[in-house]
Write a protein that binds this ligand. Structure first.
Ligand code: SF4
Ligand code: SF4
Length: 422
């Protein structure tokens, strides 16, 4: 067995000039082929993609989004053709005879086929070459990536296995699994001049996949700008923020309220949530159709979008070391902030009438509307502070002036209308 620590990115031919094999300036692009490759994958990314809602895969392949080229999708599971017929377009793209632009979408990590070759086998393959002797030899998907990448308008790595290596590249793996960018190398550029685009997640959000494909197609068709990507090739608008900033439980963190077992509504950081440092839009966007997504459904963040996952975040379900400092700071400041907020809430949750009568006439429960001298005094100063610096407060002199002016205007208009009617 070869040295598994040596990356085998040198398999990409070094004499390729990365010039387009098709003319992008020969008129509007109306169709773009998308070649889906599945390396060491669980097919979860395919399942996530077909669940996308904004846009849907159906919208992309029927060309029903105005301005967007129609996507001719070649997918080993979703395509209706099979066998040699299915593989035809792959061979045409490889040989430069497809006659249309294409993108490559890789799901799953790229295996080191040199290791498998030593044993006369392969790790993952699609299609065959037929020798003069009639022997069928499977073509490794890694070789399809190597051969299709130079002519592709874009290479899009979908899911954490394709973007960073993911689970197949975790400690102890036998395949020397690697990411698309590890395999193609730093020098790789698509015909549009793009390094590999990375959409991480295990599995990634379906909408993140289809939206990125759509935005690249818009650029390709000349109807949109080049989308903004960050230093690791992620769509910047999706991955610039941490999970924590968009988390539905972030208010609990701020007030120092932490769950000590699953099923509770408080922040999950002490149960092992890595949200404060992980870049992902799962909770703000929702898993499917703006619903679900890790913390929304009670789960912790285990950093599945990040380089180094899973090893970098393992063991799961154990509080990250930094939690000891940050959650204790939140606990000490948050308990005071939380008390002040409760006090304000108790005071503000009353109508002006209830404040006068000291009674809340609710038939649902006994609500204490009484406010003793202490509360009234604090409220007096609170109101003073709240209203200071502006004339526009309820019942103020300025408000009365505005109301009088509005009444005068209305009276005058009514009188004019009356005269006109007579
Ligand atoms: S559950 Fe996680 S992401 Fe949400 S507030 Fe707590 S630490 Fe942040
Ligand atoms: S919130 Fe965390 S665990 Fe959930 S998808 Fe995002 S990175 Fe993965």
């Amino acid at each position: 067995m070869g040295n598994q620590d040596e990356r085998t990115k040198a398999e990409v031919p070094t004499n390729v000039s990365y010039l387009p094999r098709f003319g992008l300036d020969e008129g509007p692009v109306t169709e773009v082929h998308a070649f889906w490759l599945a390396g060491l994958s669980c097919d979860g990314c395919s399942i996530a993609a077909v669940g996308a809602q904004s846009p849907t895969v159906e919208q992309l392949i029927t060309g029903s989004i105005p301005g967007l080229p129609k996507v001719i999708l070649h997918h080993p599971v979703l395509s209706v053709t099979a066998g040699h017929k299915f593989m035809e377009a792959y061979h045409e793209a490889k040989n430069g005879t497809l006659g249309a632009p294409y993108v490559v979408i890789q799901e799953g990590s790229v295996a080191d086929e040199n290791i498998a070759e030593e044993f006369g086998g392969y790790w993952s393959a699609m299609g065959v070459t037929i020798g003069d002797d009639g022997v069928h030899t499977p073509i490794p998907t890694a070789h399809w990536l190597r051969d299709l990448a130079p002519g592709a308008a874009a290479v899009i790595a979908v899911g954490t296995c394709a973007t960073w290596g993911g689970v197949p590249a975790a400690a102890g793996n036998l395949t020397n699994a690697m990411s698309v960018m590890d395999y193609l190398g730093k020098e790789y550029l698509s015909t549009l001049g793009l390094p590999p685009v990375n959409i991480p997640g295990c599995a990634p959000l379906g909408d993140n996949i289809t939206e990125t494909v759509a935005s690249i197609l818009m650029f390709l068709a000349g109807v949109g700008p080049l989308p903004e990507f960050d230093e690791l090739g992620r769509p910047a608008w999706m991955f610039q923020s941490t999970v924590h900033r968009g988390c539905v439980r972030a208010g609990n963190y701020e007030e120092g309220k932490f769950a000590d077992e699953y099923g509770q509504k408080e922040c999950l950081v002490e149960l092992g949530c890595w949200g404060p440092v992980v870049q992902c839009n799962m909770v703000s966007r929702g898993a499917i159709g703006h619903n679900g997504g890790c913390m929304n459904t009670g789960g912790i963040c285990i950093g599945c979008t990040m380089p180094g996952f899973p090893d970098a975040f393992a063991p799961f379900y154990k509080a990250p070391p930094g939690t000891m400092v940050s959650s204790n700071i939140s606990r000490s400041t948050g308990s005071f902030v939380s008390y002040l907020r409760k006090f304000t809430q108790d005071n503000q949750n009353l109508t002006s009438h209830w404040k006068k009568t000291n009674e809340v006439p609710s038939g649902w429960a006994n609500v204490d509307g009484r406010r003793g001298l202490g509360k009234k005094t604090v409220n007096f100063f609170y109101e003073k502070l709240k209203r200071s610096g502006t004339q526009f407060t309820p019942g103020s002199k300025r408000q009365q002036e505005l109301q009088e002016s509005a009444s005068r205007y209305l009276n005058k208009s009514t009188a004019n209308n009356k005269i006109a009617a007579e």
